[in-house]
Design a protein around this ligand. Structure first.
Ligand SMILES: [Zn+2]
Ligand SMILES: [Zn+2]
Length: 291
């Protein structure tokens, strides 16, 4: 067995272990966890096979980016393994009926359009990387598909390629110089999740490429507020591994996983979907006035 395949098998086992542990603790999540477990397993299996070769970053570009504290690349610099992503697109469509009610409702239409070859999944991948939401919405409208569900399937199909490219780009980052900013040092996107490491150090996980970077403990990644009296957090006694950090200045929040209190492997994307109840509580606290 190659090292890559062995590594991928370990990750697959860890995902299954983590899902089983959360499913036990919070049965209400069973259906959604079963669905995401399948999505993650498709992606991890695919991740060991994607072939992508992103462009190299020159020394001069690198030093400029470092000086200006700019992300290494843009989303459009990511390369997608079209063949693999198209295969994942079909696989994800085939399990979409097991997802949220909205996904289940959209599933037959997407599958029908695929069967009738009304579109090629490949045609959407670059639109996502170019952040061309308009063309995706128009395409979804033409096909009578739900644009949000279509975007979900597209993103999750390209995710193994994005992840692989993100890793390749991240080797350009200097591990000794922390990137103390609220946007991803690789691709510039905002964080989806925050986590605390074994010594209490804080990391952010990118919402696009899922790169993790270390930041200072007390600061809001969205408005860079560092006034501690304006930074608050919520937690529940029965879920010690979670907290929600919110900012009273910009009214945004981020869910945080304290890995020191986590009794299962840490798979950030899983923790993100298994904490929807925290979003409801946090939205109530920080965003109620906006609704
Ligand atoms: Zn990123
Ligand atoms: Zn803020």
């Amino acid at each position: 067995m190659t090292i890559e395949k062995e590594k991928s098998r370990t990750v697959l086992n860890e995902i299954q272990k983590a899902v089983a542990s959360i499913r036990n603790k919070r049965p209400a999540y069973e259906k959604i966890l079963n669905f995401y477990e399948k999505v993650f397993l498709i992606q991890e299996a695919s991740g060991s096979m994607v072939e992508v070769e992103p462009a190299e970053i020159s020394e001069s570009a690198l030093s400029l980016k470092k000086e200006e504290k700019l992300p290494l690349v843009q989303m459009s610099d990511f390369i997608v393994d079209h063949k693999r992503a198209a295969a994942d697109f079909i696989q994800i469509c085939n399990i979409l009926g097991e997802g949220s009610p909205k996904m289940a409702q959209a599933a037959p239409k997407i599958i029908d359009a695929l069967d009738r070859k009304l579109f090629k999944p490949e045609s959407f991948f670059d639109a996502l990387l170019q952040k061309n939401d308009e063309s995706l919405t128009i395409a979804a409208d033409d096909l009578g598909l739900d644009p949000e569900v279509l975007s979900f399937v597209i993103y999750n199909s390209v995710q193994p390629s994005v992840n692989n490219c993100g890793h390749q780009f991240s080797v350009y980052l200097d591990p000794k110089t922390p990137f103390d900013a609220g946007y991803c040092p690789v691709c510039g996107n905002l964080p989806a999740l925050s986590s605390l490491g074994k010594d209490g150090e804080r990391f952010l996980s990118c919402s696009f490429c899922w790169h993790q970077w270390r930041v200072k403990r007390i600061f809001c990644p969205f408005c860079e507020n560092t006034v501690s009296s304006k930074l608050n957090y919520l937690y529940a006694d029965d879920e010690k591994e979670y907290r929600v950090d919110g900012c009273d200045k910009c009214k945004k929040y981020l869910k945080t996983i304290d890995t020191r209190k986590l009794e299962r492997p840490f798979y950030p994307r899983l923790e993100e979907v298994a904490t929807l109840h925290l979003d409801m509580i946090a939205q109530e606290k920080w965003q109620a006035s906006d609704v």
